[in-house]
Design a protein around this ligand. Structure first.
Ligand code: CDP
Length: 788
């Protein structure tokens, strides 16, 4: 177990200190993009398409412009004059900023109304007269590939059908041969539905162009402000926006979960409008706009898992159809168009695996958001974890036993996975054992047997996942060519207090506290004496932002190494002050002392003061350090989750009785923050498992575009989460830490689905796609009874 090296007052790693940022949030002093008010600021509202697929016959601005206070109506034709009507997505596809002739999904932005306030802008938007010629939308991704399906993207040179790309990993021939020769093969088509991140704060921007200084100041709900600055400069450089003139400030953010990584058309139009009008322009999405204009997941996965008859897994094959809507706007690194889906071989040791994916266009919103996961890990984990349970059911084996039989063992790390990853560390047996003890697995097994004998439906579901977080390394990971690493810059002031800035950007994860704790651990300066800043591109060192649980693996590591650079400099200063040679100086958290004479010492604060007042001759003054950390590998956190449910046969109602989550994220910086991350993540895991899914009718209308219909779970729906940890430090991370934030969102859905299917097993129900709602369960029960 991890033992703290620092006192609670210093508050280094392992201390559950309270979050420094919380006073500001609890007192209503958070400063979000919509809180920004600038003199003369205008408001922008979008006119949106009621159709999923239609030609635009005309846009008449007249009535809107006649309204007092409406200053402009900006159309695609207007932007086309500056070649700003299309933009690249983060995965090198193209997306309309505003259309010139065709709308491709319901609620697509058609034009923008700029007015002196939001109310007038809304009136103006209603007064714009757009004439459409509706066309038959393609909603079903399988039908999008039919030979007679209309070509949705004729604008793309060389595009002959609606197929976007094919990707594959692994040895197809060997995997298929192993499957053909196996004793047992289980197969299933698994759909992970289109869902939305539904963060509390929607997306928004305030753009303010100053014609005199030529500076563009942008307040943006962005998880990656530096990358967005570079992309804006590349896209809009030709109209005079060059990178040194763009300042992006990502203020407080009310939840991102991947949804605040991309560039949305509203951002670009507001920036263009401010540039043209010369006044600040604010655009804030409303809730429905937010809900229907982006998505995560939407993978249809055909899985085959092969094993010997005693349950030793031999091969896994998964062929996926990915519905990307009208453009592939996934935020994935270019070498990984399907993100880290190839982690789909899971926590198990076997030789043969093959994964392939075909992506298609449909008339739905662009998205492919990596919703609280490393670019498609949720999909991967759901596939393998459902299939392992299916195999256990087929072989009548206990799902825990089959997992123990197939786990990668502790001494096999670093483990080379069949699809090309090098897992850094883990002790999967210990993690699952701990979860089983905590839940009382054996007792539940007995209770289940008794309940089944009484005709009651009780299920126990397991998920033992391996995650992959912390992009870079830069050799493999990028955003539109910008290499992924991250950065920390520390300034220790003469009085021994400090300020540190990072290239990441918290959206509620507590970075202002945990980064200060890392520095406290390394330098011995109390965490309360260290201010943390992120999100301002004019001041923070360049970084790739926060998503995919990358902050701890990358910027957290950068902080530790920058602090170590400072410690090295401090050693020279201490030697000078103590009049001994550097070799005679030793370090103990917070102070330097003379070897063998611990009473002769200088605190880190003494040394910081001397760095400005009494440094050795020839030494560069000051006490500052910067590090850009390019990780040698990703980190591979893991977890064992167990869910116990009861299902009411009459109504299909599902009662989650217990949920135990044991996570292993290596060494923990702040246990209380990690627990909070796990609680929130688990709730975002039960969401798609039992409630959430964006639904469309055949015309491409979104059927649940409000929070009345799109069921985001609240505290009432959330079970009591029981959490715990095993600790297997990452061998390559300077602090032995791994990321944690997304693990629970990844691990919870299969645990819940497996529990519900296990409950329904006596009725012969072998699979249901999530969200598994009471209505879906009820229907499945009726069908099963009709068949029996
Ligand atoms: O990139 P993001 O901040 O979303 O994810 P993360 O690196 O997993 O960190 C989420 C929060 O948990 C941060 O405040 C981390 O410092 C904290 N954390 C921790 O205390 N110990 C760990 N081993 C991992 C994360």
């Amino acid at each position: 177990m991890f033992s703290c090296k620092t006192s609670p007052e210093v508050g280094g790693m392992g201390h559950s200190v309270k979050r420094k940022e919380d006073a500001r949030f609890l007192h209503g002093k958070g400063n979000y993009t919509d809180d920004v008010k600038l003199p003369g600021m205008l408001s922008m509202v979008m006119v949106r398409s009621p159709y999923a697929y239609a030609k635009i016959k005309s846009i008449n601005k007249e009535k809107a412009l006649a309204i007092d206070g409406v200053l402009a109506v900006i159309t695609g034709e207007d932007l086309a004059q500056y070649n700003l009507h299309w933009m690249p997505t983060l995965l090198s596809d193209t997306q309309m900023v505003l259309p010139t002739d065709t709308v491709m999904h319901q609620s697509q932005e058609v034009c923008a109304v700029i007015a002196t306030d939001r109310y007038i802008a809304v009136d103006g938007a209603e007064a714009v007269d757009v004439q459409y010629e509706p066309m038959q939308a393609i909603v079903d991704p399988f039908k999008a590939l039919d030979d007679d399906a209309p070509l949705l993207r004729p604008d793309k040179e060389g595009q002959k059908d609606n197929h976007i790309y094919h990707w594959e990993r692994g040895d197809k021939a060997k995997t298929e041969a192993a499957i053909a020769a196996a004793d047992v093969v289980v197969k299933e088509r698994i759909h992970l539905p289109r869902i939305h991140v539904a963060s509390i704060e929607t997306c928004g921007v305030v753009a303010s162009y100053d014609k005199d200084t030529e500076k563009m100041l942008i307040y943006l709900t962005s998880q990656a402000p530096h990358a967005i600055r570079t992309i804006l400069a590349l896209v809009a450089g030709h109209v005079g926006l060059s990178e040194e003139k763009i300042r992006i400030i990502a203020p407080d953010i009310g939840g991102g979960f991947g949804g605040k990584v991309p560039v949305y058309p509203g951002y670009v139009v507001a920036i263009a409008a401010s540039f043209l009008i010369g006044k600040p322009v604010k655009w804030i999405e409303d809730r429905s706009e937010n809900l229907v204009n982006g998505f995560a997941r939407d993978y249809h996965m055909d899985c085959e898992l092969a094993a010997t008859k005693d349950g030793k897994i031999q091969a896994f094959k998964v062929s996926t159809l990915a519905d990307h809507g009208y453009t592939d706007s996934s935020a994935n690194p270019s070498k990984y168009p399907t993100g880290m889906f190839s982690i789909c071989t899971g926590s198990y040791d076997y030789e043969h695996a093959f994964a392939e994916l075909d992506a298609v266009y449909t008339n739905k919103a662009p998205g492919g958001v990596a919703y609280r996961c490393s670019f498609r890990v949720t999909e991967a984990v759901h596939a393998i974890e459902r299939m392992v349970d299916k195999l256990a059911a087929e072989l009548q084996m206990d799902p825990a036993e089959i997992r123990f039989k197939n786990f990668i063992k502790k001494d096999q790390f670093p483990y080379a996975s069949p699809l090309g990853w090098s897992y850094d560390s883990g002790d999967y047996d210990a993690t699952l054992k701990k979860a089983m003890e905590m839940v009382g697995y054996d007792d539940y097994k007995k209770e289940q047997a008794e309940k089944r004998a009484q005709g009651k439906l009780m299920g126990i579901g397991l998920c033992t996942f391996t995650e992959v977080v912390g992009a870079g390394p830069s050799k493999d990971f990028d955003i539109l060519g910008i290499a992924m690493f991250d950065s920390a810059e520390i300034r220790v002031h003469p009085t021994g207090k400090a300020m540190a800035r990072f290239g990441t950007k918290s959206q509620g994860q507590g970075h202002e506290t945990t980064y200060a704790q890392i520095l406290a651990e390394e330098l011995g300066i109390p965490y309360t004496d260290i201010e943390i800043e992120e999100g301002d591109t004019d001041t923070a060192p360049y970084g790739l932002g926060t998503y995919a649980s990358r902050s701890t693996p990358t910027a957290g590591a950068a902080a530790a190494i920058a602090a170590r650079k400072l410690k090295d400099k401090g050693k020279k200063i201490a030697a000078h002050l103590l009049e001994v040679s550097e070799e005679d100086i030793e370090w103990e958290v917070g102070k330097y002392f003379v070897k063998g004479a611990p009473e002769k010492s200088k605190t880190i604060q003494d040394v910081a003061f001397a760095a400005y007042t009494n440094f050795p001759p020839g030494m560069e003054p000051g006490f500052e350090a910067t590090h850009y950390y390019d990780p040698p590998n990703l980190t591979f956190p893991n977890g064992a989750y167990i869910c116990v449910v009861e299902v009411d046969e009459e109504t299909g109602a599902i009662d989650v009785k217990r949920f135990v989550a044991i996570d292993d994220c290596g060494n923990i910086i702040n246990p209380m923050i990690v627990e909070g991350q796990v609680h929130g993540g688990l709730t975002q895991g039960i969401a798609p498992a039992m409630y959430e899914g964006i639904e469309y009718d055949d015309e491409g209308n979104v059927l649940n575009g409000t929070l009345m219909d799109y069921l985001v779970p609240t505290a009432v729906e959330s079970p009591h989460w029981e959490t715990g940890h095993t600790i297997t430090p990452s061998p390559h991370h300077p602090l032995g830490a791994k990321g944690v934030a997304e693990s629970p969102t990844v691990g919870a859905p299969p645990a819940i689905a497996n529990a519900i299917i296990d409950a329904l097993y006596p009725l012969g129900i072998k699979h249901l796609d999530i969200p598994i709602t009471p209505a879906k369960v009820w229907e499945a029960i009726q069908e099963a009874k009709a068949k029996a």
